[in-house]
Design a protein around this ligand. Structure first.
Ligand code: PMP
Length: 578
């Protein structure tokens, strides 16, 4: 059959029109990380399919196929640890139990401290508290009077020590008390903050917000307004607050259709940026340098020992330089989200530390001097919220509590100290050397103690990695707690140190970490049955999920003899819990 030349021409024309679009689509696919973190839509869909099931007292100790003697060793270890924690937190645990029902956030974090299969028994056996009474130096004191070293760092707010922030807040409030909580107008201290922030960021203008999430929302909205484009590029695994557009995966109930989640440190991403015309901005969280393309590590997802992290400053710097170049070439605003790392790596933040400038920078956390805040600094052309030629075309971004006098005064105390206190500047001198050395010494001690645990760090931001396949790494958080260390709800996923940790304090922390790991090894949690691999663990968990989905018990529980002695009174089987 002969095709009409007009038809052929039409097909050829169609292909010619479609080819660039198809190529752009393929380029976009190539720039997605192959992990689930690179596919937020699929990960949300899969998450909805995972059924709940929990191990009973038998399977809890044998989920890696341990022999009965090892399971018994673990059972006794759990009982000892449980008794130690119960004795430590009588008042704290009572308060926790009474308050949990009314605090949604506490319910959420208490459910997400360990992989869900182990949750019921852990919650029944291993007590703790979220209630604290005081802070001092690098320590915290809970409602039972236990003093512990703080490795949680108030989600990163605590950079310079709690006493420093208490003083910022007290002095700040004293300075603005006469004005009080008057909003809408500015206390004069705001002008000084703006001058200092412009100097620190190297940018032209500043806007004040109430949280890091809001600062990111504002930066992205401005980039969209000025570029006239729709899509936000974020990197695989990067956290930018809980706003929907920057949290396209699990956690956000609706799809974020105008967000591209692309591979960090990858040429395919640069290709996408250099070709697409719909990209409004690129968001970078420099913390990802510690674990590119992976989400922030937390112990609830520590199903095996696959967690990895390694910071390579020069590789990340050269990535940022290349990113900067393509953004400049294509007129795409580059946003550094320094809510976490700002002021933690260098007084001038990640821009100074990596030697790369952004068009917009968001700050938060420590900048409020201990009070809640979010800040955007940016080039004047991007910060303007109106169009001179179109009076009705504005970019709205206001908020009741923006530039609250108390927050502004406390922030000013922080900024003045940062710029003018020599002893504080001195803390930054050799910061990397100090914290890298501390990590090395701790790793040497862990090696000597023959425990399969190592730390990795980006300055004062640390994570724990595990050297041999295991299903029980998440238990370490409870041994650490028993040894007097306070962690955040992500457990060993992240330790955050403040710069005021002395050598003596750090020595104490090292001894406690090594002691905790030793105890955990003694109790048999890292004694691995032969042939266990991370892949084998993954496969087993997957099999269990499929079985649970169709109503069958976990694999081993069905197959092996049930010889474990019952746990002590108070240990409820998962199905007994309300
Ligand atoms: N961006 C980054 C990089 C963050 O680390 C965080 C908080 N962890 C946020 C944004 C959100 O800040 P906030 O919790 O103050 O809303």
């Amino acid at each position: 059959m002969d095709l009409n030349p007009w038809v052929l021409t039409a097909i050829a024309g169609g292909v010619a029109v479609a080819a660039p679009a198809a190529r752009r689509r393929l380029e976009l696919s190539a720039a997605k990380h192959r992990s689930l973190a690179g596919h937020p839509r699929i990960s949300r869909w899969l998450a909805a399919l995972i059924p709940n099931y929990e191990y009973d007292e038998h399977e809890f100790f044998r989920s890696d196929g341990a022999e009965p003697a090892l399971a018994e060793q673990r059972r006794q270890g759990l009982q000892r640890l449980g008794a130690a924690l119960a004795a430590k937190y009588p008042a704290g645990d009572t308060l926790n139990s009474a308050a949990e029902g009314g605090i949604s956030d506490l319910q959420f974090i208490n459910r997400n401290r360990v992989p869900f299969q182990y949750r019921g028994i852990v919650r029944a056996q291993l007590k703790g508290t979220a209630f604290l009474q005081s802070s001092s130096g690098v320590t915290l004191t809970d409602v039972d009077g236990n003093q512990s070293y703080d490795l949680a760092g108030s989600y990163g707010v605590n950079l310079l020590g709690y006493d420093f922030y208490k003083a910022c807040i007290d002095r700040g409030i004293a300075r603005v008390r006469e004005l009080g909580p008057v909003l809408g107008a500015y206390h004069p201290v705001v002008a000084d903050n703006v001058a200092r922030l412009k100097r620190i960021s190297g940018l032209d203008e500043v806007s004040f917000h109430m949280s890091g999430t809001e600062a990111v929302m504002q930066a992205v909205r401005l980039a969209r307004y000025h570029s006239g484009r729709t899509h936000v590029v974020r990197f695989c695994g990067a956290y930018h607050g809980w706003w929907g557009d920057v949290q396209p995966g699990i956690g956000n109930p609706i799809p974020a259709d105008t967000t591209y989640t692309l591979k960090d440190m990858d040429d395919a991403t640069l290709r996408v940026l250099s070709r697409r015309k719909d990209i409004a901005c690129v968001l970078v969280n420099p913390l990802q340098a510690l674990h590119p393309n992976s989400a922030a590590p937390g112990d609830s997802t520590l199903v095996n020992s696959a967690r990895s992290a390694r910071f390579d400053q020069s590789a990340y710097r050269s990535w940022l330089e290349r990113l900067r170049a393509v953004c400049t070439e294509r007129g795409i605003p580059l946003i550094f989200d320094e809510v976490f790392v700002g002021f933690r790596l260098a007084p001038g933040g990640a821009q100074e530390y990596f030697g790369v400038r952004a068009d917009l920078v968001t700050y938060g956390k420590t900048l409020g001097g201990g009070l809640p805040v979010g800040v955007v600094c940016g080039r004047a052309s991007l910060m303007r919220r109106f169009d001179e030629d179109k009076p009705a075309d504005v970019c709205f971004a206001r908020g009741t509590f923006n530039a609250h006098p108390y927050v502004m005064a406390s922030m000013n105390e922080f900024l003045v100290a940062l710029e003018e206190q020599p002893e504080l500047r001195a803390l930054y001198a050799g910061l990397d050397d100090t914290w890298n050395r501390r990590a090395e010494v701790l790793n040497a001690r862990l090696r000597e103690a023959q425990v399969p645990v190592r730390v990795r760090n980006l300055a004062t931001i640390w994570t724990v990695c595990y050297q041999q396949p295991s299903r029980y790494n998440w238990m370490l958080q409870f041994y650490l707690r028993a040894h007097g260390l306070t962690l955040s709800w992500v457990g060993t996923g992240r330790f955050i140190f403040s710069l005021n940790y002395s050598e003596h304090d750090f020595e104490e922390v090292m001894q406690r970490i090594v002691g905790a790991a030793r105890d955990m090894a003694t109790d048999g949690w890292w004694t691995t049955p032969p042939g266990l691999t991370n892949r084998a663990i993954q496969r087993k968990v997957l099999r269990e999920m499929v079985r649970a989905r169709i109503g069958l018990p976990p694999v081993n529980a069905a197959a092996s003899p049930r010889t474990a002695a019952p746990l002590a009174a108070g240990a409820a089987a998962p199905c007994d819990r309300a």
